[in-house]
Design a protein around this ligand. Structure first.
Ligand code: TYD
Length: 135
């Protein structure tokens, strides 16, 4: 299901009834890593962007649990843009992928489900260093 090193949008299960919707994700065929951490971005001011880094080992799934935003990815060769606006879509981002999150709608919340605990040494914070390492 997941190509090596490829980012992709995955459609998560949606359990709907008269009380509303429920979506879940668990490690398995839909998610190719063990969850070690979650964090979320919220109250992002209009016009601000987040991210601006890549990771040596970390893989993650991003979900717009409320509102919308755009994720711009660069794999060292080409750029791709992914618009997230539904809480049953997740964007899988493999390791060694530069990301920038932008165009957050008012009140949006980005949930990140992550394969590693936080470690600053896992970050590339310089795009040129990332490019040199990914070639
Ligand atoms: P950063 O990953 O740069 O944020 P973003 O990519 O969303 O713009 O992290 C911002 C700050 O928060 C930085 O000082 C590291 C810290 N941080 C943690 O302490 N733990 C975490 O799990 C995350 C994601 C960040």
């Amino acid at each position: 299901m997941f190509g090596a090193g490829r980012a992709e949008i995955i459609t998560l299960p949606r359990i709907s009834d008269a009380r509303g919707n429920l979506t879940f994700v668990e490690t398995g065929p839909r998610l190719p890593f063990d969850l070690r951490r979650a964090y979320w971005l919220y109250d992002v001011p209009g016009g601000e962007s987040r991210g601006g880094h890549a990771h040596r080992h970390m893989e993650q799934l991003l979900v717009a649990v409320s509102g919308s935003f755009t994720v711009v990815l660069h794999d060292g060769v080409r750029e791709s843009k992914h618009f997230l606006n539904r809480s049953y879509y997740g964007l899988y981002i493999p390791r060694m992928m530069w990301r920038r999150l932008e165009d957050f709608s008012s009140g949006s919340v980005c949930l990140a489900l992550v394969s590693t605990v936080y470690e600053e040494a896992d970050y590339f914070r310089s795009f040129s260093e990332f490019l040199a390492a990914v070639q």
